[in-house]
Write a protein that binds this ligand. Structure first.
Ligand SMILES: NC(=O)C1=CN([C@@H]2O[C@H](COP(=O)(O)OP(=O)(O)OC[C@H]3O[C@@H](n4cnc5c(N)ncnc54)[C@H](OP(=O)(O)O)[C@@H]3O)[C@@H](O)[C@H]2O)C=CC1
Ligand SMILES: CC(C)(CO)C(=O)C(=O)O
Length: 307
């Protein structure tokens, strides 16, 4: 079994999920929690559809306590708006040829890290699993999904297969992805159609099937299709509206991550979802009024910091 040492930055839902699955597959793991916040007292993972939680082990520390050039494989498991700062805070500890694996939803944060740090191998993962924490260090794997893993830069292409091989030793469902940009866009399209609307209407995903809301979902998908066409991306065979509808129906009882963030008074990822579409549309001179209105309304209603 490979003994790659994995360092996971961010002890939230996905950070604990990945740390748990990696460690239970035999990898030594370090889990970096926030500076100034107490480390979790215990770590455990309830695997998908398992009845009981199982303990996992990880060395718990913070970024500033990590020695210079000690980390060769870093997973960044923060929200999109924290990713760039988080990498800046751990840069001293990265080896010269380190690989950074980014788990963020939406788009824009991964590209910002790749642009800022071309010297490192940058890998992005497009994740459809669902996980939540019940307390510090305790994570529930609530929805089985797929983690699509692909390289974001040239250095990433050199180590990508090795990263996939390591991850395939875990019980996560891993897919090597030749075109991670396309995979991220497909997931982005779904999040554009669902997240902002559910946050604004404070409704479950399935409630987007109500006619007035569904009309907006349809407009959002049309706008995303226009931008994807402008960027020469491939559109899913069934069309974006059908893709989004399948996800809405498959996750009908879920609260979207953005709805959950607003309920907890947290910063949402709107800048990296509808906000990212608006940015791309501006570059292409395409109008996206529905996404623009959702972007502005989420920013205003939930008192979100300006980007
Ligand atoms: N949870 C899920 O099911 C899924 C999540 N994703 C995506 O994965 C990403 C992570 O989501 P999730 O795990 O749910 O988010 P969480 O908020 O649960 O976890 C993020 C963690 O990172 C911590 N953090 C942020 N900055 C730093 C830093 N500089 N140093 C140390 N810790 C830091 C946060 O601390 P603090 O709380 O103090 O801010 C928090 O504990 C998001 O982009 C999300 O959209 C994608 C698919 C599924
Ligand atoms: C697919 C969806 C919309 C599921 O809730 C999601 O990814 C999210 O909530 O962020």
């Amino acid at each position: 079994m490979s003994q790659t040492h994995w360092t996971v930055l961010g002890a939230g839902s996905l950070g604990c999920l990945w740390a748990g699955y990696l460690n239970q597959a035999g990898f030594p793991v370090t889990l970096l929690h926030r500076e100034g916040v107490a480390a979790p007292e215990s770590l455990n993972l309830t695997r998908f559809q398992a009845e009981q939680a199982t303990a996992f082990e990880a060395r718990l520390t913070t970024a500033s306590a990590c020695p210079e050039k000690s980390i060769s494989r870093l997973v960044v498991a923060t929200k999109a708006h924290d990713a760039l700062n988080a990498v800046a805070g751990i840069k001293h500890a990265l080896t010269d040829n380190a690989c950074i694996v980014l788990l963020q939803n939406g788009m824009g944060s991964q590209q910002a890290v790749a642009e800022q740090y071309p010297e490192f191998a940058i890998i992005a993962v497009c994740i459809t699993d669902g996980a939540y924490r019940t307390g510090p260090g305790h994570v529930i794997h609530a929805g089985q999904g797929v983690s699509r893993v692909g390289a974001l830069n040239k250095a990433g292409q050199k180590v990508w297969r090795q990263v996939v091989e390591d991850l395939e030793q875990t019980d996560l469902i891993i897919e090597a992805c030749e075109d991670i940009n396309q995979a991220l866009w497909n997931k982005l399209a779904i999040n554009i159609a669902i997240n902002g609307l559910t946050a604004l209407d404070q409704c479950l995903n399935g409630e987007l099937m109500q006619p007035e809301r569904y009309q907006r979902v349809s407009l959002l998908c049309q706008e995303t299709e226009a931008v994807m066409k402008g960027l020469k991306l491939q559109l899913p065979e069934q069309g974006l509206l059908q893709l989004a509808t399948d996800v809405i129906e498959g996750t009908a009882k879920n609260r979207s991550s953005m709805l959950q963030d607003t309920l907890r008074g947290k910063i949402t990822e709107i800048d990296y979802i509808n906000g990212y579409l608006v940015q791309q549309a501006e570059r292409l001179n395409i109008e996206v009024p529905e996404s623009l209105s959702i972007y502005r309304d989420v920013k205003q209603r939930f008192n979100q910091p300006s980007s």
